[in-house]
Design a protein around this ligand. Structure first.
Ligand code: BG6
Length: 482
């Protein structure tokens, strides 16, 4: 990392995202020595008028969960790095004050040749992005005289459809260069998502097989076994497609489906991702199932007649030489029977099935993103014993067993470190975002207009039955016999 001061400014410091994700991720980086207390200062900014200590004690509870006594000392040291400034998101006064505080820190710690780096993390709703970015640009950029940089980190929901996202991109784009904007999709920080490129392009096994000649269908699945309690107000405005599918699952799809990039340079990788997104055909109504779990509207923050989907299966079709005819089935749901995120690549039947083992199921390659990261290949083997019969078994690489004792970093931790390093590989580029919205906007508008309505499903179930029927229609064959 470079020399000089680093100021990390968390805007929306008293909100849920900051407390649950941003500050704990910063703490983990601190613990591992990535945030040097001689250089780093952290500023929390929000509207609430509280003291430094009040903010610290609000955060503390989230840092000490599962901490050892040695960690507790670290927690105290870490909290000492945090200062709080209160102010509004659209008035200059607070931002002038913030700038002053940052400058005090920079002056006290910077050597003559050190640069001043400022990282603004917007843990805020997107409605205030433009005004906050404007304030930062006008009042908090005095560091530019000292070298260094200013970077802005934003989170989804980045817009609600193509038009609103483009508007937001234009507003922010007028203030900051694309190289300064880091759009987080935290799925890109997950270990097994980051593993996808290595898996696909560093293994001879996969190279010749990864195409329409061999693969029958691909599923990218996200399930949660809890509903939207506590955030119904947010969720109802967005729904499962905007919350999970248009961003997290689509990013995973890009990495599964893209061509090999020219190099590992962020721009080369993102160029390939954009091409995949641009090759997705318009979504067919017959290939969408929407669901809403019973009891969703009981939440007082959700309107009684809401038609917001909490579940959806959508089939995407990629119109290119590698994937034509292969359905990519994206499925996400709240309040289902389990919590799991996985990719399932199902291969075609073996031609000339002399073992008559077809009914046992096809080869399938499964990448479990969470929980318990794992990759396994389902394959047919001879049933051990005297008889010549077959059975489906697995080649299994479970991370918990294979990498015992290796701590897998949290997505946010990795991504924040990338923003400090200036590596945009795992962030969503503006054209990528646009292409992602282009795919889903027509469908989302039809749902918003009440033209498509969700089917009810029981909390704790697999979702509406129609989703399983769609899966079958798309050619997925459930494996039996294992
Ligand atoms: C967030 C969504 O982006 O991702 C939440 O807004 C969801 O609704 C969460 O619960 C899931 O993240 P993870 O890392 O637990 O799979």
């Amino acid at each position: 990392l470079e020399n000089g001061t680093l100021s990390i400014i968390v805007l929306g410091a008293s909100g849920d995202l900051a407390k649950k994700k941003t500050f704990p991720a910063l703490f983990h980086l601190f613990k591992q020595g990535f945030l040097n207390p001689n250089e780093v200062h952290i500023f929390g900014y929000a509207r609430t008028k509280i003291s430094d200590d009040e903010l610290r004690s609000r955060i503390r509870g989230y840092l000490i969960q599962g901490a050892s006594s040695k960690d507790l000392e670290g927690v105290t040291k870490f909290l000492q790095l945090i200062k709080y400034v209160s102010g509004s998101y659209d008035g200059e006064e607070g931002f002038r004050q913030l700038d002053k505080e940052i400058a005090v820190h920079e002056d006290s710690k910077n050597s003559a040749d050190g640069s001043s780096r400022r990282l603004f993390y917007l843990a805020l709703p997107p409605s205030v992005y433009p005004s906050v970015c404007g304030m930062i640009k006008n009042y908090c950029m005095n560091n530019s005289d000292h070298g260094g940089w200013t970077r802005i980190v934003v989170e989804k929901p980045f817009g609600k459809d193509l038009e609103s996202a483009e508007k937001l991109s234009n507003q922010i784009g007028e203030l900051f260069d694309e190289s300064q904007i880091y759009r987080i999709d935290h799925y890109l920080g997950k270990e097994l998502v980051q593993n996808l490129l290595v898996l696909r392009f560093a293994n001879r096994f996969f190279l010749p097989l990864w195409n329409r000649d061999n693969i029958e269908n691909v599923q990218i699945v996200f399930r949660e076994d809890f509903g939207t309690e506590g955030r119904g107000g947010y969720f109802d405005e967005y729904g499962i497609i905007r919350d999970i599918i248009q961003n997290h699952l689509l990013q995973v799809l890009c990495l599964v489906a893209m061509e090999k990039p020219v190099s590992l340079k962020p721009e080369h990788i993102r160029d390939e991702k954009v091409k995949v997104l641009q090759s997705v055909l318009p979504i067919n109504d017959d290939e969408v199932v929407l669901g809403q779990y019973d009891g969703y509207t009981d939440d007082p923050t959700v309107p009684d007649h809401s038609n917001t989907p909490t579940f959806s299966t959508v089939v995407l079709r990629i119109h290119n030489e590698r994937w034509e005819g292969v359905p990519f089935i994206l499925k996400a749901g709240k309040a289902l029977n389990s919590r799991k995120a996985e990719i399932r690549v199902q291969f075609k039947d073996v031609p000339g099935d002399i073992f008559r083992c077809k009914k046992q199921g096809r080869n399938e390659f499964v990448i479990r993103l969470q929980p318990s990261e794992a990759m396994y290949m389902k394959l047919t083997v001879k049933q051990p014993g005297l008889e010549m019969s077959t059975v489906q078994s697995e080649l299994d690489l479970s991370y918990g067993q294979r990498y015992q004792g290796v701590a897998i970093p949290e997505a946010y931790e990795r991504l924040i470190l990338d923003t400090i390093k200036g590596d945009q590989q795992h962030f969503v580029r503006r054209d990528e975002l646009k292409a992602a919205w282009e795919i889903f906007t027509p469908l989302l508008h039809r749902i918003d207009n009440g033209e498509l309505n969700p089917l009810p499903y029981k909390p704790g179930s697999r979702g509406p039955e129609a989703a399983d029927a769609l899966l079958e229609k798309a050619g997925y064959v459930q494996t039996h016999g294992y």
